[in-house]
Design a protein around this ligand. Structure first.
Ligand SMILES: [Zn+2]
Length: 371
């Protein structure tokens, strides 16, 4: 009798290992996006998630090249282009995968750490309920609405949305390597962070992680920069003094008219906004991967240190403060602390990005090649 049971157990084990385990979800769990997670708060009204323990391959942003924007109700809209793949954020099991009358195709993945991730407005779902998925695995094709391609992404605990900025940086897409303390209240889940203090506004300009953490060189194809992700720093300007030359000019001088609007060349964080020797009123903006841009001689600076700026955002007005004989913008491009010719980035005649690819190296080298 005992042997029979044992044999049966072995047979079952063999079966289990031969076919992938499909997790069972109730009909309600497969239908309702917002539903409590059984057993999550059984033992305690609080639990913690140490995001710092995740290995790099255990986290993926749903649309790695997309642009995330915080919407109402803790939903992040991630804009991207047609045909892009939506990827699972963490390892987990698909709890819901169906068409929703308002949200298009929706997927909900339940993760072992207690989080659930929701991917809505898909054109097509590529996974089914009960399927185990890995972080970074394609789960859907991005859908479109009102002429835009995007995924509406949110994170839930026990069926209630939490602020996704507690988990990752909206701007850099990076996972915050801290511990989340999740406490159950009657109508909401309170999420606070413990351990290493992380500034949720860190690296607002970085649309990708700092590539030099992993690689020695990084190829930046300027032609692939999306509209709106860059701007010519002084629209309509002409060059009155180029970079370099006999006087070893550290930047390029661009002129339009006094008190004209100077705009940020790329998304970034303001790291300097003050009067700085011969520069006069000066602004430095730090961008992704060690690139900085400098704007000087302003009559007025309109941003302060720590401000996050968007490409094309007005940051100052042209003037002649510092060592300047006429109202103009002295514009510098700096990589890893070293100035380089802004011509590598901008064609000043067309005021467009160059049709070239820059190779940036970890130790500050920068070379350009025409596409
Ligand atoms: Zn100059």
């Amino acid at each position: 009798m005992r042997i029979k049971k044992l044999l049966l157990a072995i047979a079952t084990l063999t079966l289990v290992s031969a076919t992938p385990v499909k997790h069972q979800f109730t009909a309600a769990e497969q239908q309702q996006i917002s539903i409590s997670t059984p057993g999550l708060f059984n033992r305690s009204d609080a639990f913690s998630i140490d995001l710092g323990l995740l290995k790099p391959n255990e986290y993926s942003f749903p649309l790695p090249v997309g642009k995330a924007t915080m919407r109402k109700n803790d939903v992040v809209q991630i804009d991207t282009k047609d045909g892009d793949n939506v990827k699972a954020m963490f390892d987990g099991t698909v709890r819901l995968a169906r068409k929703h009358q308002d949200m298009g195709y929706v997927i909900v993945i339940r993760h072992r750490n207690g989080l659930e991730t929701v991917y809505a407005n898909n054109a097509e779902n590529m996974v089914e309920v009960g399927q185990h998925v890995r972080a970074g695995q394609t789960i859907a094709i991005v859908g479109h609405r009102d002429g835009k391609f995007y995924c509406d992404f949110s994170i839930m605990i026990d069926g209630k949305r939490i602020n996704p900025a507690a988990v990752f940086s909206i701007n850099s897409h990076r996972l915050h390597r801290h511990t989340l303390l999740c406490e159950k209240h009657s109508s909401y889940i309170n999420v606070s962070t413990v351990g290493e203090k992380v500034d949720l506004d860190e690296n607002p300009n970085f649309t990708t992680e700092d590539v030099f953490e992993k690689k020695q060189t990084y190829k930046w194809n300027l032609e692939k920069m999306k509209k709106g992700s860059w701007a010519y720093p002084l629209p309509g300007a002409k060059v009155i003094s180029p970079y370099g030359g006999k006087r070893r000019h550290s930047g390029v001088d661009l002129k339009t008219k006094p008190n004209d609007e100077i705009v940020a060349a790329f998304d970034g964080v303001v790291t300097r906004s003050n009067s700085h020797y011969g520069y006069g009123l000066c602004i430095v903006v730090k961008h992704a991967n060690g690139l900085e841009t400098l704007y000087s001689h302003q009559s007025k600076n309109l941003v302060k240190v720590g401000d996050k700026v968007k490409a094309g955002q007005v940051i100052g007005l042209t003037g002649r403060t510092g060592r300047a004989t006429t109202e103009h913008l002295h514009f510098e491009t700096v990589f890893k602390g070293r100035r380089f010719n802004p011509n590598l980035i901008f064609d000043h005649n067309s005021r467009q990005l160059q049709k070239s690819t820059l190779t940036l190296t970890k130790n500050g080298g920068i070379t350009s090649k025409r596409n």
